[in-house]
Design a protein around this ligand. Sequence first.
Ligand code: PMP
Length: 345
Amino acid sequence: MLPQEVLTQSAEAIINFNNVGLSILEIGHRTSWFVDVIEEAKLLVKEFMQLQDGYEVLFLQGGATTQFMQVPLNLLGDAETAAYCDNGIWGSKAIKEAKLYGHVNVVASSKDKNHSYIPKAFTVPTESKYLHYTTNNTVEGTEWHTIPETTVPLVADMSSDIFSRPMDFNRFSLIYAGAQKNMGAAGVTLVVVKKSLLGTVPRKISSILDYQSHIEANSLLNTPPVFAIYVALLTLRWIKKEGGLVEMEKRAKIRADLFYNTLDALPLFTPLVAKEDRSLMNATFTIKDETLEAAFLEECKANGMVGIKGHRSVGGLRVSMYNAMPLSSVEALCSLMEQFAKKHG
Ligand code: PMP
């Protein structure tokens, strides 16, 4: 979900970008117009993350899925071992890709209980090249509310909770996030990388997959997704205007509290995640009587609420409450759930 004003500004830019007489879809990516866009977006990312010197901000293509392979390709030598947390479908996919480039040590897994919780006590061997984890498990509805303690470089997939809360971003060596949940439209992936992490793997890397080449080219190695980067800039500006990450977190907590309190109060519904590990972005649950699921989805649809069906890999129901989701939408869903429970409970 994107803020209405971001949609309006994006639509205006498609007709006439910044009154230059061309569409954002037409301007050259090497014009000063676009270089200004990318520079401002980078500055906002650095400001939100309060990054110290030594980090580079990149806007790449191929989605977070490409990062599953680009991370180990750039960071993990054939004979080296990286530690991974296996806490959901996306983390598992990252593990599968990493195994193509080096050794993987799964140090924490929640597979035993269908990834319904976040593992708490685990050890990361100090010789691990890095520790990779997914900060928010989009499909399963769990979220890490603290950053794992480790002395090895931390790598995180933040695709589904990026910029939803303040974090100590300087504890990470590499962060990646597809833009399409909290910071824009599909087509661009944010990568924030500590430069000192690079250049340690003796492997030939094609420039399109080499972080170093993208750094040297300032994300303009080849034609970037100009429109998607522009929508990301508009969304970043919106986040700043609304009060930044502190405000995003405040709103996320109010939305999630309302939703989970409603869910817990209605015996017809069963939450899928341990209370302390519940995601502020994606709430997952089932209906006790499975035959009612289709009727519930129909009722939602009739009231203009779509996208509530759980991910195809796990089924059930999932409510996503990203940054731009107004509280009023969650209130409307909660009252629909209460009425549905009264009728069928
Ligand atoms: N990681 C997470 C946490 C995700 O939520 C997603 C997509 N929903 C991905 C990775 C994959 O992203 P993409 O489709 O952009 O490759």
